[in-house]
Design a protein around this ligand. Structure first.
Ligand code: PRX
Length: 686
C-alpha cells in the first residue's frame, strides 16, 4: 500500500514532484545550487581538517565498509567480538528478505559503554548531565557515577516488575535527567524503550503503548515548558484508560514527581502506580548488564509516514551504538569533557542519538534543557550557552528563525565565546536563517554543521565536518563515512554528477532501520520497494558540481512542521473522525517560522454550518488525537476536493491554492470535476 501511494502521488506524470517543486521546498531552494561559500576556520581534534583528509577516510569506508566499521567499533567494550565476516545487507527484494547486519556474533551493551566504560576510564566524577529547568535558576548536575548508580536502580526496579530482555517499556516524560536514565536502564537489561514525546496526546500515547504491549510505563506528574505546567499524568491516565478499553492493561507505572506538578495535584492508582522517589532510592545501585547480541533491538521509536498509523522504527544495539558514537565524534568534533548541547527532546530521534547516546559514548557533558527556548525571553538559549560555556550547540532551523525574529540584542547580551561549532537538523535551513545563526549566534567564527538524517537512519548521513571544507548555506554538503547516497530519477535510474532527483541510499550503514516493530513487510514496502535495491529516503535533493547535497524536502505526503514529521494521512483521519466532516485533505505550505505549516481542506456534510466554532473544534480534535504540534494552521472549507477520475486527490492543486499560486495549477484536465477548483477559490479565507 505504502508503495502505491508514493508512486501514485509523486512519481507519476500526474504530480511529479521532482519536476514540479512542491511548496514543501522552502526558500533554501531559492538559493542557487552554487550558493555563497562560507569558509569558517576550525581545527578539528579528530584530524579531519581538509577535504583531502575526508576523501581518504571516506574512500576507505566505502571500499571496505566491514573493515572500516570494525576499526571504529574497537573503541568500545564488547563482551564477545564479532565474527570475521560481520557485515551483510540485502536491499534487493528480488533476492529475498530485506536485512541488515553489523557486528554479527558480537555482544555488547549500550548502557555499559555509555556509563561503566566512562567511569572505568576515570570520568566518574565528571558531569554527565547538566540539567537546566524551565525556570531560570532551577538546575541540577549529575556525574557519570551518579547517572550509572541511578540507571542501575531503575534497571533493578524494572527487573523487579518483571521486565525481561526483549520486553518493551514505554516512557512518557518531561525532559528531566530521569528520562535518559530510564532509557539507559532499559538498555542495561536488554528491554526496548519506546519514548513517546511529552507533547503527544492520550490517544497517540495509547496507540503506542498498545503497539508494543508495554506492561510498564515510566511517566511523571507533569512537566514545565514555558508558562504553563503540562499535566502529563492526567494524559497518561487517559491513555491507559483507552488502552484498557482496547483490551490492554499497563501493569505498573513508575511515577516521577515533577516540582511543577506536586503529588497532591495528581491521582495515582493503588497497585499500579508507584512513586519514583519512594521505590527507586531503595534499589541497589549495582546491576549487572545484560550482554546483548549486536543485532538485538535497542529501542523502537514511532514516526509518521505517508500512510497509515505511525510506525515503530527499530534500531539495534551494536550498529546503532557505533554509528551514534562515531558520527557525534566527527560531526561535532566531540571529545571527552566537552560541554555539548543538543536542544532536542528525547521524544524524538535527535534526543536519542545526539542528546543521550552519542554524547555519553564520547564521554562528554550533555546539557539537558527542559524548558522552551524563549522562556522567559528569547535570550534564554544564549544565557544557557554562557552559563555552561557550551562548546557545541545543536538545534533546529525553526528555533533559529524564531530567535532571529526577536532581534540580535537578545543574543549579543550574552557571552558566546565558548561556542566553537553550531549544528542544525530537522528540515532544510533557509540561507537567511543560516547566515543569521552564523554571524549573530556564532559571531562569524563557528562552522555550522547542517546535518541531514532521519528517524530511520538512526544517525547523521549527510553533513559537513567542521573546518574540513567551506560551507554553503542551505547545503548539508557531503556524505558521512560509510554512507553511499545516490540520486535517482522517477524510473529509479541513478543520476550521475550534478542534478536533481530523489535521495536514496545504495548501501547499508550501521544504524540503518532494521525493521518496523511487528511488521517487517511494511518496512520493506515503505523503504525498499519504491526503487528496488535502494533505501528510499522520501526526500528530494540536488547535487551540485562539488558533489554537495541540497535537500529539497519530502517527496511524499509527510509534512515537516518545526522539524517534526507529521503524516498528512494521520491529520486527515483525525479530522474525518468528526461526525460533521465528510472528507478532509491536508497539505503543507511555507511557514516563516515552522518551515512548513499544516493547511487542511475540510468538506462538511450537507446542511452543516461553516462556523468559526467548528473550526476551533476541529483543531482541538487534532490536538486531542495526535498532539498540539499537529493542529492545522489553516482550515479551508472545501465544497469538494480535486480528484482524478480514479478518485485520487490531486494534492498539487491543493498546494497551489493554499499558497495562492492558482495561476500555476498546471494540467487539471484529468480532474473528474474541474469546477471544484473554482469553488475552492471562492471559499478560500472564509
Ligand atoms: O525531510 C527530511 C528532514 O526531516 C526528515 C526526517 O525527519 P525525522 O525522522 O523526524 O528526523 C528528524 C531529525 C533527524 C527528513 O526526511 N530533515 C532532517 N534533517 C534535515 C532535513 N531536511 C533538510 N536538511 C536537513 N538537515
Amino acid at each position: 500500500m505504502e508503495r502505491v501511494r508514493v508512486l501514485a502521488g509523486h512519481l507519476t506524470a500526474d504530480c511529479l514532484d521532482i519536476n514540479e517543486p512542491s511548496i514543501s521546498r522552502i526558500s533554501t531552494n531559492a538559493a542557487s545550487s552554487q550558493g555563497n561559500t562560507v569558509d569558517a576556520r576550525y581545527h578539528a581534534r579528530t584530524g579531519i581538517n581538509s577535504r583531502g583528509d575526508y576523501e581518504k577516510m571516506y574512500k576507505r569506508s566505502i571500499q571496505d565498509p566491514a573493515g572500516f566499521w570494525q576499526e571504529q567499533a574497537q573503541a568500545f567494550t564488547w563482551q564477545r567480538k564479532w565474527e570475521q565476516k560481520h557485515m551483510d545487507f540485502n536491499f534487493d527484494r528480488w533476492k529475498g528478505e530485506i536485512g541488515i547486519e553489523f557486528f554479527k556474533g558480537g555482544t555488547t551493551n549500550m548502557s555499559y559503554n555509555c556509563l561503566d566504560r566512562n567511569v572505568k576510564e576515570g570520568r566518574g566524577s565528571q558531569i554527565c548531565f547538566l540539567w537546566e529547568g524551565n525556570d531560570v535558576g532551577t538546575d541540577r548536575r549529575m556525574t557519570y557515577q551518579q547517572v550509572l548508580d541511578e540507571t542501575c536502580r531503575v534497571a533493578n526496579w524494572l527487573k523487579q516488575e518483571g521486565v525481561r530482555k526483549g520486553d518493551c517499556v514505554a516512557i512518557y516524560m518531561p525532559l528531566v535527567c530521569e528520562l535518559p536514565i530510564a532509557m539507559l536502564a532499559c538498555a542495561r537489561i536488554g528491554a526496548l524503550h519506546s519514548v513517546v514525546f511529552g507533547g503527544f496526546s492520550a490517544e497517540a500515547l495509547a496507540s503506542r503503548i498498545e503497539g508494543c504491549r508495554s506492561k510498564v510505563l515510566v511517566t511523571a506528574t507533569g512537566g514545565a515548558r514555558g508558562k504553563k505546567p503540562i499535566e502529563l499524568k492526567k494524559i497518561a491516565d487517559a491513555a491507559m484508560d483507552i488502552s484498557k478499553k482496547n483490551g490492554f492493561q499497563v501493569k505498573s507505572v513508575l511515577l516521577y514527581e515533577h516540582p511543577a506538578m506536586p503529588k497532591s495535584k495528581v491521582s495515582s492508582q493503588q497497585g499500579r502506580d508507584v512513586w519514583y522517589h519512594e521505590v527507586i532510592p531503595k534499589q541497589s545501585s549495582s546491576c549487572a548488564v545484560e550482554w546483548l547480541d549486536a543485532e538485538a533491538p535497542l529501542f523502537l521509536l514511532y514516526t509518521s509516514g505517508s500512510t497509515g498509523k505511525p510506525k515503530g522504527v527499530v534500531h539495534t544495539t551494536g550498529g546503532y551504538m557505533v554509528m551514534a558514537a562515531v558520527s557525534t565524534k566527527y560531526v561535532f568534533d566531540l571529545q571527552p569533557g566537552d560541554v555539548y548541547w543538543c536542544t532536542a527532546d528525547c521524544g524524538w530521534i535527535t534526543g536519542h542519538t545526539y542528546l543521550t547516546y552519542g554524547p555519553l559514548l564520547n564521554g562528554a557533558t550533555s546539557v539537558v534543557y527542559e524548558g522552551v527556548p524563549t522562556h522567559p525571553d528569547p535570550s534564554r538559549i544564549w544565557q544557557i550557552v554562557e552559563k555552561y560555556k557550551v562548546r557545541q550547540l545543536y538545534t533546529a532551523p525553526t528555533l533559529i528563525r524564531t530567535l532571529e525574529s526577536h532581534g540580535d540584542e537578545f543574543v549579543t547580551r550574552h557571552n558566546r565565546s565558548s561556542l566553537k561549532i553550531l549544528g542544525t537538523v530537522g528540515e532544510p535551513i533557509n540561507p537567511r536563517a543560516w547566515e543569521w545563526f552564523y554571524k549573530v549566534g556564532g559571531e562569524g567564527r563557528c562552522p555550522i554543521v547542517d546535518t541531514w538524517w532521519q528517524t530511520e537512519t538512526g544517525g547523521i548521513l549527510i553533513t559537513p565536518l567542521p573546518g574540513a571544507w567551506a560551507l554553503k548555506p542551505g547545503s548539508a554538503t557531503l556524505p558521512f563515512f560509510g554512507v553511499h547516497p545516490v540520486l535517482v530519477d522517477d524510473k529509479g535510474r541513478e543520476i550521475d554528477g550534478s542534478g536533481e532527483g530523489i535521495l536514496c541510499m545504495k548501501t547499508a550503514w550501521p544504524s540503518t532501520i532494521r525493521t518496523i516493530y511487528g511488521d517487517h513487510k511494511r518496512m520493506e514496502e515503505t523503504y525498499f520497494s519504491t526503487f528496488n535495491g535502494y533505501y528510499f529516503t522520501g526526500d528530494g535533493s540536488r547535487r551540485d558540481d562539488q558533489g554537495f547535497y541540497w535537500i529539497t524536502g519530502r517527496v511524499d505526503d509527510v509534512i515537516n512542521v518545526s522539524g517534526h514529521r507529521v503524516g498528512t494521512a494521520e491529520v486527515e483521519s483525525a479530522l474525518q473522525s468528526h461526525e460533521q466532516v465528510i472528507e478532509a485533505a491536508v497539505v503543507g505550505y511555507d511557514h516563516n517560522i515552522k518551515g512548513q505549516g499544516i493547511y487542511a481542506y475540510v468538506g462538511l456534510h450537507e446542511g452543516v454550518e461553516r462556523s468559526a466554532q467548528l473550526k476551533k473544534e476541529l483543531k482541538a480534535l487534532v490536538r486531542r488525537e495526535i498532539g498540539a504540534f499537529a493542529a492545522p494552521d489553516v482550515l479551508h472549507w472545501a465544497p469538494g476536493l480535486p480528484k482524478t477520475r480514479s478518485g485520487k486527490i490531486m494534492r498539487r492543486v491543493l498546494r497551489k491554492i493554499a499558497t495562492k499560486e492558482e495561476s500555476q495549477l498546471g494540467d487539471t484536465s484529468t480532474l473528474a470535476d474541474p469546477s471544484v477548483v473554482d469553488k475552492l477559490l471562492e471559499t478560500r479565507g472564509q
